[in-house]
Design a protein. Structure first.
Length: 338
């Protein structure tokens, strides 16, 4: 199966007329004001500070991830792509499982420029606990130091290793779901395409949470929400520039870098896609789901009213955040019929 990139330009202005931005959910708006005070725009000047992390918000350690003995937690260094450095996998397995379990293979978020294999993993563990699954979270090289194809190839290499060592990990290789949020959602979509096209591991499903899919950054929602919410059009420009350099927005962008560029979305595992109505990625994510349906595939799409990017993580107690997390759990349980 051959992938080709759709024609594009570097324009950042949508040709589709847009109205005023949709309102933020009333419960989310107060949290957003606080978040905006704490979170600077992402650019070359702020990136080193953001990578250093926020004091008091350090990633969970292994003891925390073990959840009182429910999970066996280890970090393994495994071979990366051919000719590239090894990669690290954070592996959390149900401690009491007597038979091979399903697994969530996690590609973390961070706009292609931030994060590590502990970023977002606690949310994945919550999902895993509900279905008795393991979580394997991959550490991939970050842009701009390691531009495309380094991040996606690292993620793919980790998936291949996980599938090949499923027996050792007490994982059922036929029941691996790939999951990621934001940039991790884009990488999850891209790895799914790679697995299909290379005849690699057959994924059971793909969970794409507010995924970062389109380097062109010119959809109506990107324009409509410019300067508003979390991960604005300007932040998105920086992330894609870091990953793709001068190629961003041109016909030279690979669908394995920006899955919105793919022309063939047939033959993919069932997808769960969600996104907020008041965020940059809304329209590219809705379009991706629609194109899966048009190709004859299975996709469940949720557009959460008034949600900004990452609302469920940053305002977890809001009703819409609880609904979003519940919908993911319901989809996984239905997929695995547990």
């Amino acid at each position: 199966m051959t992938l080709t990139a759709e024609p594009s330009t570097v324009a950042l202005v949508s040709t589709t007329p847009v109205g005023p931005p949709p309102p933020f959910d009333p419960e989310l708006a107060p949290a957003l004001r606080i978040i905006k005070e704490l979170m600077p725009p992402v650019n070359a000047d702020t990136l080193p500070v953001m990578r250093a992390g926020v004091p008091g918000m350090e990633p969970a350690d292994n003891r925390t991830l073990a959840r009182g003995g429910e999970f066996l937690v280890e970090e393994r260094v495994v071979p990366g792509p051919a000719g590239a450095p090894d990669i690290s996998l954070l592996i959390c397995r149900p401690a009491s499982a007597s038979i091979p379990t399903p697994a969530i293979y996690h590609t973390h978020g961070g706009g292609m420029v931030l994060g590590d294999n502990r970023t977002g993993i606690e949310d994945q563990l919550n999902l895993a606990q509900s279905i008795g699954a393991a979580v394997v979270s991959v550490e991939y090289r970050l842009a701009p130091e390691a531009p495309h194809p380094a991040p996606v190839e690292d993620c793919y290499a980790g998936l291949v290793w996980t599938a090949e060592h499923a027996d050792e990990l007490n994982i059922d290789p036929d029941r691996i779901v790939i999951a990621g949020a934001s940039a991790g959602g884009g990488l999850a979509a891209a790895v799914t395409l790679l697995a299909r096209d290379r005849g690699g591991p057959v994924l059971f499903g793909q969970m794409l949470l507010c995924p970062m899919l389109d380097d062109r950054n010119d959809t109506p929602s990107a324009v409509q929400m410019a300067g508003l919410g979390v991960w604005t059009q300007a932040d998105n420009t920086f992330g894609w520039d870091a990953l793709l350099g001068a190629a961003r927005g041109t016909d030279d962008v690979s669908p394995y870098a920006a899955p919105a560029r793919v022309t063939d979305l047939s033959g993919l595992p069932p997808a769960f896609i969600d996104v907020g109505s008041a965020e940059t990625f809304r329209d590219e994510d809705v379009t991706y789901a629609s194109r899966i349906w048009q190709a004859g595939g299975r996709a469940e799409l949720h557009v959460w009213p008034g949600g900004f990017h990452g609302f469920d993580v940053m305002a977890p107690d809001a009703a819409v955040s609880q609904d979003a997390r519940n919908a993911r759990q319901v989809w996984l349980r239905r997929l695995f019929a547990v």
